[in-house]
Design a protein around this ligand. Structure first.
Ligand code: AMP
Length: 401
C-alpha cells in the first residue's frame, strides 16, 4: 500500500496552544477561541485626530428649499465625509459604491439626493427600493426618511419580517415612492403579487456585507432579477470581500467608489478584559460597574435569546432598569425597548448579536461582552456600537479566569 502522509492542518495563531496527549485541542468553530489580548486596546486620544474639512455645505447642493429646511431642522449643519463625497454623484445619477459603516452618515448621503430625484419625477409610483439586513436598520432609515420628507408629499413603506404583513400590504397599496425592507419579506410580498419591482428606478443595497453574512445572497439575486435594467444602483458596505465585489460588478454600471476611512474605528474605543470564573461572579462585577456614574448608557451582549432575557431580568431585579432585545421579542417590543434606551429611560440594554446589527444608538458609553462573541468580526461589530459620532467609548469583555 502506498504511504500517504497525513496532511496537517495549519494552526491559526489565534487558536490556543493547548494540547492533549500531544495533539492540539481544537475549538468548535461556533465557539472559536479568540485570544483575549485582542480585547485589550487603549483608545487613541482624540486630540491627535485631524479634523475633517468638508468640501461642501448642504447649501451647495442643488436641493430644494424645503429639503434644505428639513436638513437644518434635523440639526445637520455640515456634511459628514460620505455625504460630502456621495451626494453630488448620486444627484448626477451615477451608480455608487460606498465603503462606509453605520455611524458615518451614509443614510442621509443616499436619502437626500434620492428625495431630490423623487421631487423631480412627476409620477407617483414606487420608485425606490432600499434593501437592508435587519428590521431595526429599516426602521432607522424610515425615521430619517420621514424627517427629511416632511412637507414634500413623499411617502415610504417599511416591509420587514416579524411584523404584520397585512399592514405592510395596506401601506404598499397607498403607493409609496420608497419601499424599505428586508430581503425575505420583500420576496414574500412579490410572491403575493402585492409588490412589483418593474417600476423601480433607484436601488439601494445597504450593509451588503451583513446581508451576505446573514445568508441573503439568493434573495438579493432574486430581487435584482426583478428590477428594470435602466436604473441607478447604490451599494453600501463596511467591507468589500471578493464575493461582494463580484456581486456589485454585476449590479452596476461604471460605479463611483467612495471609501470613508474617517468613520468610527476601534482606535477610539478603549478595550479591556474582565476576568471572572463564573456567571454569578460576572453578574456581581457587572452590578458593581453599572453603579459607577460613567456607565451612562451601557449595551451588554449575550450569546442566546434566553440568556439575554434572563440577564436583563436579573439586572432589573438588582435595581438597574434594563431592556432586552433578541429574536424572541416582537418587532413592536424591540422598538419600544430600543426607544427607552435611546431616550435614556433605561440605562442598560442587553442584546444578542443579530438583534443589535446595524443599530445606531447615540451616546453609548460602554459595550460589555457578557458572553464572548463567536468571531472577531462579531466583536468589531459589537464594540462599534460605542464611540460613535467622534466620541470615545469603552468596551469590556468578560473572559474566564
Ligand atoms: P448613519 O451612518 O446614517 O446611520 O448616521 C449616523 C448618525 O449620524 C445618525 O444618528 C444621524 O442622524 C447622524 N448624522 C448623519 N449625518 C449627519 C450630519 N451631517 N450632521 C450631524 N449628524 C449626522
Amino acid at each position: 500500500m502506498r504511504y500517504r502522509p497525513r496532511r496537517r492542518r495549519k494552526i491559526n495563531s489565534d487558536e490556543p496552544k493547548a494540547f492533549y496527549n500531544g495533539r492540539p485541542i481544537r475549538f468548535p468553530r461556533e465557539h472559536a477561541y479568540i485570544n483575549p489580548e485582542k480585547f485589550v486596546n487603549k483608545a487613541v486620544v482624540q486630540e491627535d485626530q485631524v479634523d475633517f474639512v468638508p468640501q461642501h455645505n448642504f447649501r451647495d447642493f442643488p436641493l430644494e428649499d424645503r429639503l434644505q429646511l428639513n436638513i437644518k431642522a434635523r440639526g445637520y449643519t455640515t456634511p459628514t465625509p460620505i455625504q460630502d463625497a456621495a451626494i453630488q454623484p448620486i444627484l448626477e445619477g451615477k451608480d455608487l459604491i460606498g465603503l462606509a459603516n453605520t455611524g458615518s452618515g451614509k443614510t442621509a448621503a443616499f436619502l437626500l439626493p434620492i428625495l431630490h430625484h423623487l421631487r423631480q419625477s412627476p409620477d407617483h409610483r414606487v420608485a425606490v427600493l432600499v434593501v437592508v439586513p435587519t428590521r431595526e436598520l429599516a426602521t432607522q432609515i424610515d425615521e430619517e426618511f420621514k424627517a427629511f420628507a416632511g412637507g414634500l408629499k413623499l411617502y415610504s413603506a417599511v416591509c420587514v419580517g416579524g411584523a404584520s404583513i397585512n399592514r405592510q400590504i395596506a401601506a404598499l397599496n397607498r403607493r409609496p415612492q420608497v419601499v424599505i425592507g428586508t430581503p425575505g419579506r420583500l420576496k414574500d410580498l412579490i410572491g403575493r403579487r402585492v409588490l412589483r419591482l418593474d417600476g423601480i428606478r433607484i436601488l439601494v443595497l445597504d450593509e451588503v456585507d451583513r446581508m451576505l453574512d446573514m445568508g441573503f445572497i439568493r434573495d438579493i439575486r432574486f430581487l435584482v432579477a426583478q428590477l428594470p435594467r435602466e436604473r441607478q444602483s447604490l451599494c453600501f458596505s463596511a467591507t468589500m470581500p471578493r464575493e461582494i465585489e463580484q456581486l456589485m460588478r454585476k449590479l452596476m454600471v461604471n460605479p463611483v467608489t467612495i471609501s470613508v476611512k474617517t468613520g468610527v474605528t476601534s482606535e477610539f474605543i478603549e478595550q479591556d478584559v474582565i476576568r471572572a470564573s463564573s456567571k454569578e461572579q460576572k453578574i456581581e462585577i457587572l452590578d458593581g460597574l453599572l453603579r459607577q456614574p460613567d456607565f451612562e448608557k451601557t449595551l451588554v451582549f449575550g450569546r442566546t435569546k434566553w440568556g439575554v432575557q434572563k440577564l436583563a431580568n436579573r439586572l432589573s431585579a438588582l435595581g438597574h432598569p434594563t431592556e432586552a432585545i433578541h429574536g424572541n421579542k416582537s418587532q413592536p417590543q424591540r422598538q419600544r425597548a430600543l426607544r427607552a434606551f435611546k431616550e435614556g429611560r433605561v440605562k442598560v440594554l442587553v442584546a444578542t448579536d443579530v438583534a443589535a446589527r446595524g443599530l445606531d444608538i447615540p451616546g453609548v458609553s460602554h459595550v460589555i461582552n457578557f458572553d464572548q462573541p463567536n468571531t472577531y468580526n462579531d466583536y468589531i461589530h459589537r464594540i462599534g456600537r460605542t464611540a460613535r459620532a467622534g466620541k470615545q467609548g469603552k468596551a469590556l469583555t468578560f473572559v474566564s479566569n
